[in-house]
Design a protein. Structure first.
Length: 162
């Protein structure tokens, strides 16, 4: 229960009854699964090179709607030099072979939002990528592991309460 209580303390406005928390969890899982499904369909079928950031963002947005997420709550597609900008304004830049492309997007399900960030590379990544981003990748994995552990423990506490 400690992990679960720690999560609740950070969000005091959230409902705290087991039933309300369970329903919120179900909605969040739906949002996450639908977002993942839209992404998998997108990445399995989309051609990025030669298209603008706006064009590929629209395609992903249409898939999100088709998967029951409504219109995107937010959508960032940042390519090439802009892929390092966390709040890039998606624009007319044409995606090129060799570009890193960052997608940051989310949708809505039953009042709850999904939020997912994915980075892809168009073509073969250059040798510079691991050297240039190695520390960031390691830091990201460490942060994800810590946050993921907290949420995983909270989810297990919820399951015990149910």
């Amino acid at each position: 229960m400690k992990a679960f209580d720690a999560v609740l303390e950070r969000f005091p406005e959230n409902p705290k009854t087991p039933d309300a928390l369970y329903m919120k969890g179900v909605s969040l899982m739906k949002a996450g699964r639908r977002t993942d499904a839209a992404w998998e369909e997108f990445i399995g079928s989309a051609t990025l090179a030669g298209r603008s950031e706006l064009e590929v963002a629209r395609q992903l947005g249409e898939l999100m709607e088709r998967h029951g997420l409504g219109s995107p709550a937010f959508m960032i597609c940042a390519s090439g030099p802009a892929s390092a900008s966390p709040h890039h304004l998606t624009g007319d830049r044409r995606i090129r072979e060799g570009d890193a492309v960052v997608f940051d997007f989310g949708g809505n399900v039953e009042g709850y939002k999904s939020d997912i960030t994915r980075t892809v590379h168009v073509g073969e990544p250059g040798v510079y990528l691991p050297e240039r981003f190695g520390i960031r990748i390691e830091d990201s994995v460490a942060c994800t592991a810590t946050g993921g552990e907290l949420l995983n423990n909270a989810a297990r506490d919820l399951a015990v309460m149910a």
